[in-house]
Ligand binder design. Structure first.
Ligand code: KIV
Ligand code: ZN
Length: 510
């Protein structure tokens, strides 16, 4: 029997720190629901002191997950952060506070300007303080990968004495080589023997080694791996959950370890996170990329037809890469829709379901066949509606050759006032964005615009993802989906503007 490695998913904390990948609390809840289906052991739900939105997300996710998994809130090793994290976790059944401090010379000297003694003291004080609120406190020794080993071991000893239940040894800058990191983790594992504390690994992908680093950690005694869906995270990102989990699955005997992840949910989770964050997954991405199981060369195709194992080490169905072919249509009744949604993990009270069914019928009228991806896209759109400050009610476009592209948009603001505005532009998208700019109260520069078909067929839903830069240089992702890509484009822009305003208000504490 191999030992179980716990998976801490940090998509909603470290992952969300990727520029432009920020999620509001409604979106975080959608992802958390899917993480539950995936079977992660710990959801790191956010950094509550950073904004009221993150506070709410941690609170709501704590309530959502109940006893099914641990919910973790991030904090610095300072009392006021810990107070806020503890407050956000108050109603969680299995709360964890993740607190810590930089331990490398670079962090002590250049970032914190403290001595080693002060660092040990601050870490111990923070852990003792966090233990007043929760029984489960994880301590991170930030930049452990570049720290002095003797000092790191001293901090680890102090952390356990102060009451830490999990010790996290991050290679914050993705600097280490796997065997070097493995040796460091081994030294910490030896230090922790007999204490009962768990040992966690966390690595960044600055040299493309994050997955190799955490696996070296597992070989050397780590009991928990921190990772994120699609490898999202600061800079080059974290170790990708799907890679770590499948490496542990393919090499279970050799590594003597397994996870409790429901691997058949990996592709679905990856797509969901990509849609919500607007961060595309590269086609050749391991495990979840569009080409991960595509065989192009004739020699490869011939081999795979004879036996899949010639060029495949993972069965696509093991990671959910083979889509379900259940197709609903406008003829599908309440029971069929309810049944399919339940299979996808969604359940709704009666009034809510009426609204969902109505939206389904509207979509099915336009699009004859409704696939799982259509349903998920519709539900995501619906849950985003909640935070709408401006709503695009209608859009009329006139364009062609030799017409001057012209857009007439009807937009309702949060006070219920309807605005009808028009503009010309260099093309239909430009004209509609200029029309929208006449109503909204903030200015955004369009930095990126991506359009793709998210569902199948000529009547596919076209999704547009935009990144809009605010005056203070922050990036906001907006998304819109419709059968008409110009309407998708306008919805995406309004969505980005709504996020910008919500974030600004949340920062100002409104
Ligand atoms: O990379 C890192 O060091 C982190 C911690 C602060 C846990 O994300
Ligand atoms: Zn990190």
């Amino acid at each position: 029997m191999t030992r179980k490695i716990e998976i801490l998913d940090t998509t909603l904390r470290d992952g969300e720190q990727s520029p432009g990948a920020s999620m509001n609390s409604a979106e975080k809840l959608i992802v958390a629901r899917q993480l539950l289906r995936l079977g992660v052991d710990v959801i790191e739900a956010g950094f509550p002191p950073s904004s009221p939105g993150d506070f709410r997300a941690v609170q709501e996710i704590g309530q959502l997950v109940g006893d099914d998994c641990v919910v973790c809130a991030f904090s610095r090793a300072i009392e006021k952060d810990i107070d806020v994290a503890a407050e956000a976790l108050k109603s969680a059944r299995r709360p964890r506070i993740h607190t810590g401090i930089g331990v490398s010379q670079s962090h002590l000297r250049d970032k914190l300007n403290i001595t080693e003694d002060e660092c040990v003291e601050q870490a111990s004080r923070a852990i003792r303080y966090a233990r007043r609120f929760v029984d489960d406190v994880e301590f991170y020794a930030e930049d452990a990968g570049r720290a002095n080993k003797e000092f790191l071991l001293r901090v680890v000893r102090a952390a356990v004495e102060a009451g830490a239940t999990v010790i996290n040894i991050p290679d914050t800058t993705g600097y280490c080589l796997p065997d070097e990191y493995g040796a460091l983790v081994r030294a910490v594992a030896t230090e922790l023997e007999g204490t009962g504390a768990k040992l966690s690994v966390h690595a960044h992908d600055d040299l493309g080694l994050a997955t190799a680093l955490v696996l070296a950690g597992v070989r050397n005694g780590a009991t928990q791996v921190e990772c994120s869906i699609n490898g999202l995270g600061e800079r080059a990102g974290n170790a990708a959950l799907e890679e770590v989990v499948m490496a542990l699955s393919v090499h279970e005997e050799e590594l003597g370890a397994h996870t409790g992840i429901n691997t058949a949910e990996l592709v679905r989770t990856s797509r969901l996170v990509s849609r919500i964050t607007g961060m595309a997954v590269q086609a050749n991405k391991a495990v979840v990329g569009a080409n991960a199981f595509a065989h192009s060369a004739g020699i490869h195709q011939d081999g795979v037809l004879k036996s899949a194992s010639t060029y495949q080490i993972i069965n696509p169905s093991d990671v959910g890469a083979v889509g379900s072919e259940i197709v609903l249509s406008a003829r599908s009744g309440h029971a069929a829709l309810r049944h399919r949604l339940a299979e996808l993990g969604y359940s709704f009270a009666n009034e809510e379901f009426d609204d969902v069914y109505q939206r389904f019928i509207e979509m099915a009228d336009q699009k004859k066949e409704v696939y799982d991806e259509d349903l998920e896209s519709m539900l995501e759109e619906r849950s985003r509606d909640v935070e709408a400050i401006y709503t695009l009610d209608a859009l009329q476009i006139q364009c062609g050759d030799p017409l001057v592209p012209t857009a007439v948009a009807t937009i309702t603001d949060e006070d219920g006032v309807r605005h009808v505005v028009s503009s010309t532009g260099t093309g239909p998208v430009d004209a509609s964005y200029k029309a929208i700019d006449k109503v909204v109260s903030v200015h955004g520069d369009l930095e990126e615009y991506v359009v793709k078909a998210i569902t199948r067929g000529i009547d596919a839903i076209g999704e547009v993802v935009v990144r809009v830069k605010s005056a203070d240089g922050m990036l906001f992702t907006g998304r819109g989906a419709d059968n008409d890509v110009i309407v998708s484009s306008a919805k995406a822009y309004v969505n980005a503007i709504n996020r910008m305003i919500t974030t600004q208000r949340s920062r100002e504490g409104r």
